[in-house]
Design a protein around this ligand. Structure first.
Ligand SMILES: [Zn+2]
Length: 659
C-alpha cells in the first residue's frame, strides 16, 4: 500500500516541480542549510541517526552552567533573550519600567521578604474555617491552595468559554510523592528540607513532615498524568447548583463572590481530588491549614524577592534538573517581562526582527502540508470513507496563525509602579486572571494567542482547531529563507506536520472540526487507530532512556504520534509540492530532508533533567524524537540504505502505520 501511494505521488511531483523550478531559477541560489560540522559522518546513519546527524553540534555546544538542557531551541532562546533585553533597555514604558524593577538588586535585597508579609498577616488573621472560601477566592488570582480554577473554551461547546475547577495546590509533580526510584526518594527528602529552610527564612515555625503529609494526602487523590490526557475523563460540566450538591461542605457562593464571578456552569475537571481537598479542609487542624496556605504563597513568590529566598529555592530546583548555576539576573528579568507584558514585547520584536516574506513562505508550506495530509488520509486503507470524510472536513477547516497576532493585547489597565517587584507581579497575575474570568460563558475570542510572538515554540489547539507558529520559531535552524525546500520541509515542515497531526492524535481525534469533543469515528476505525497507536506506545515503553529507566509510551503517545505524522506528512509534501534539488554537500535532497529533521532536536541534557523530563514531560527526549521515530518511516530506510544489519532497523511489519 505504501508503494502504491508513493507511485501516485511520484507522478504529481514531476509535474509540480517543473512549474516551480522555472519560478525558483529566477531567484537566487538556495543553500542546503546543512552544516557538516554539526554531524558525525563516521557514525553509520542506520545505527544511530541522532549521533550521525547531531553529534558534531552537541560536541561544539557544551552545556552552559545556567541550563539543564541546551539544544537548538535554547540557542534561539538565548538570541531572543538578548533581543528582548535590548528592547527593554531602550523602552520608556511599562516594559522598561518593569525590567528596571526586576534588575534592581539593591532594592530587592533591601526589601527582602517584606512585600509578602501583608498576605502572611492575612492568613494569620483567619479565625475559623468558615473564612476559607472567601480567603481562597481572594488569593487564587495569584497563589494556590487546595484546588485550582481556570477559564477555557467549553470542550463540548467550543463557541463559548467555561469556568473550570480542578486538582491543584501541591508543590511537586504528583508522581514524585509516590514513586520508588532513587531519584524520587531524593526529591521528596530535599523537598522537605526546602520547606524547612524557606519557612525558617520567613520566620514561620513549621513541622515540615506534617506539612508534607498534607500535600501527600492531596496528591494521592490527584489524577495521574496519563489520565489527565484523557479529555472525557476530565470533563464534568454541571450547574453551580449541582456543584453545591456534588461537592458539599464548602461555601462555593462565598468563594465565587470573592473571586468576582457568578458562573451558571462549572466544569469540575477532576471531581475526586477536589472533593478530597474539601474533605482535607474539614478534617485538618486550622493551624496546619494556615501553614499550608503560607507555604503555597511563599513557594510561588520566591522568584520575585531577595537573593537569600531565591537561592534556597534554586538549591532545591537543582535537585530536579542538575542545573549548576542560577541564570544571571538579566535573563530572569527578561523571563519576568515576557511573562507579564509578552504581547507588547512581541509587537516590538516582530516589527524589528520578523520579515513579512517569511510569513508568505510559511503560508505556502502550511498549505502544502495540509494538501499532503489530505492525500495521505484519502489513501489510507484502514480508514472507512465515512471517517475519512470527517477527517478531511477537519483538515479543511484547520486555521493557521503565523508570526504574530492580528490583534494585540491591551495592557493599558495594567499598572506598573515602583513599589516592589512582588507587588507588580501580583498586579500582573490579577490582570491576567481578570482577563480570563471576564470571559466566562461569553463567546469565543478568535484573536487570542497562547504563545508570545517571539516564543520559540508552536502549538495545536483542539478547541479552535488551529495551529500556531510564532515568529520566534521561524528562524534558523527551523526555518531558513535562504535554504532550499529539502531543508525547510525537513525542519519547519516536520514541525508544521507535527502540529497538524495533533488534530488526529489519540487526544485530538476526539474533537471534531468545530473543536467540540464528539466521537466522529466509526467503531471499527477507532479500534484500528488504537491498535496502530498501541504499536507506538509499546515501542516507546521498550526504550531504555537511562539505566533502569524506560520511556513512558502511554504518557508520550500523543507527541510521538505527532512526530511520526509530522515527518510522514512533511515528506509527502516535499515529494509533491517542494522543489527537488540536486545532490549537494555529499547528500541527496531526501537525505538532507532527514538530516534537517534530526537537527531540530540537536541538544545536550543533564542526567537529572533527563530523569525529570521522562517523569513529567509529554515530549520524548530529543534523542528519541529522532531515533524512536525514523525507524517507522519507510522513506528513511531507502534514503540511507538502512537494512536489517543496522541497529535501528525494525521489520516492516513492526513499524507504526497510521498516516
Ligand atoms: Zn506536540
Amino acid at each position: 500500500m505504501e508503494h502504491k501511494l508513493l507511485n501516485i505521488i511520484g507522478v504529481c511531483a514531476v509535474i509540480i516541480s517543473i512549474s516551480l523550478a522555472v519560478f525558483v531559477s529566477k531567484e537566487k541560489k538556495m543553500s542546503t542549510g546543512i552544516n557538516l560540522e554539526d554531524m558525525d559522518t563516521t557514525i553509520i546513519a542506520g545505527d544511530d541517526f541522532y549521533d550521525y546527524a547531531t553529534k558534531g553540534w552537541r560536541d561544539t555546544h557544551p552545556m552552559p552552567k545556567d541550563y539543564s538542557r541546551f539544544g537548538t531551541f535554547e540557542v534561539l532562546v538565548e538570541e531572543n533573550n538578548k533581543r528582548v533585553r535590548k528592547i527593554a533597555e531602550s523602552d520608556n514604558g511599562k516594559i522598561g519600567t518593569l525590567y528596571k524593577i526586576a534588575m534592581d538588586e539593591k532594592k530587592l535585597n533591601a526589601d527582602g521578604i517584606t512585600p509578602v508579609k501583608k498576605y502572611i498577616e492575612q492568613i494569620d488573621a483567619i479565625k475559623s474555617k468558615d473564612e476559607l472560601p472567601t480567603f481562597l477566592g481572594q488569593i487564587h488570582s495569584f497563589s494556590g491552595g487546595f484546588f485550582s480554577d481556570a477559564v477555557s473554551l467549553d470542550e463540548k461547546d467550543s463557541e463559548h468559554y467555561l469556568y473550570n475547577i480542578g486538582q491543584g495546590g501541591i508543590g511537586l509533580s504528583r508522581d514524585y510523592y509516590f514513586d520508588n526510584d532513587a531519584k524520587s526518594k531524593q526529591v521528596r527528602e530535599k523537598y522537605i528540607e526546602y520547606m524547612t529552610k524557606q519557612m525558617e527564612n520567613f520566620g514561620i515555625p513549621v513541622d515540615a513532615k506534617k506539612l508534607y503529609a498534607l500535600e501527600e494526602r492531596m496528591a494521592k487523590s490527584f489524577y495521574k498524568k496519563e489520565k489527565l490526557r484523557d479529555p472525557i475523563a476530565n470533563y464534568h460540566k454541571m450547574t453551580t447548583a449541582q456543584l453545591r450538591a456534588e461537592i458539599p461542605n464548602f461555601d462555593w457562593d462565598k468563594y465565587f463572590a470573592a473571586r468576582g464571578i457568578s458562573p451558571n456552569f462549572v466544569n469540575v475537571n477532576q471531581i475526586e481530588p477536589v472533593t478530597e481537598s474539601i474533605k482535607i479542609i474539614k478534617d485538618t487542624d486550622l493551624e496546619l491549614l494556615k501553614t499550608y496556605l503560607k507555604w503555597r504563597l511563599i513557594d510561588s513568590a520566591d522568584s520575585f524577592l531577595d537573593d537569600t529566598t531565591y537561592d534556597i529555592a534554586f538549591d532545591f530546583g537543582k535537585v530536579l534538573t542538575g542545573q549548576d548555576e542560577k541564570k544571571p539576573r538579566w535573563k530572569r528579568a527578561v523571563a519576568m517581562i515576557d511573562g507579564s507584558l509578552g504581547e507588547e514585547i512581541g509587537h516590538l520584536y516582530t516589527k524589528k526582527y520578523f520579515p513579512e516574506t517569511a510569513k508568505k513562505r510559511m503560508q505556502d508550506l502550511v498549505k502544502n502540508l495540509q494538501s499532503a495530509l489530505g492525500m495521505r488520509i484519502k489513501n489510507l486503507e484502514w480508514m472507512s470513507n465515512d471517517t475519512k470524510k470527517q477527517a478531511l472536513e477537519k483538515l479543511n477547516t484547520f486555521h493557521a496563525k503565523i508570526g504574530y497576532p492580528d490583534v494585540w493585547r491591551d495592557y493599558s489597565k495594567l499598572e506598573i509602579k515602583n513599589d516592589s517587584l512582588y507587588d507588580n507581579m501580583i498586579r500582573v497575575a490579577k490582570f491576567e486572571d481578570r482577563f480570563w474570568l471576564d470571559k466566562i460563558e461569553k463567546e469565543k475570542d478568535p484573536n487570542i494567542w497562547f504563545m508570545n510572538a517571539h516564543e520559540v515554540n508552536a502549538y495545536y489547539d483542539p478547541s479552535t482547531n488551529e495551529i500556531c507558529f510564532p515568529a520566534g520559531i521561524l528562524q534558523y535552524p527551523f526555518f531558513d529563507m535562504d535554504a532550499d525546500d529539502a531543508f525547510n520541509y525537513g525542519a519547519i515542515g516536520a514541525v508544521i506536520g507535527h502540529e497538524m497531526t495533533h488534530g488526529y492524535d489519540d487526544q485530538g481525534r476526539q474533537f471534531d472540526k468545530d473543536g467540540n469533543m464528539r466521537d466522529w469515528w466509526t467503531k471499527a476505525d477507532a479500534k484500528s487507530f488504537t491498535e496502530r497507536a498501541n504499536v507506538m506506545r509499546d515501542f516507546f515503553n521498550n526504550i531504555i532512556v537511562a539505566p533502569g529507566t524506560h520511556a513512558n509510551g502511554e504518557f508520550t503517545l500523543g507527541e510521538n504520534l505527532a512526530d511520526y505524522g509530522g515527518v510522514t506528512v512533511a515528506y509527502t509534501a516535499y515529494m509533491n509540492f517542494g522543489t527537488r534539488s540536486d545532490d549537494a554537500d555529499g547528500f541527496t535532497d531526501v537525505q538532507r530532508f532527514f538530516i534537517a529533521y534530526a537537527n531540530n532536536w540537536a541538544g545536550n541534557i543533564r542526567d537529572d533533567a533527563l530523569l525529570q523530563q521522562t517523569k513529567t514531560n509529554e515530549h520524548s527526549l530529543a534523542r528519541w524524537r529522532v531515533n524512536g521515530i525514523l525507524p517507522h518511516i519507510d522513506a528513511w530506510y531507502d534514503a540511507f540504505g538502512v537494512t536489517d544489519k543496522n541497529k535501528m532497523y525494525i521489520a516492516p511489519e513492526s513499524r507504526v502505520k497510521i498516516w
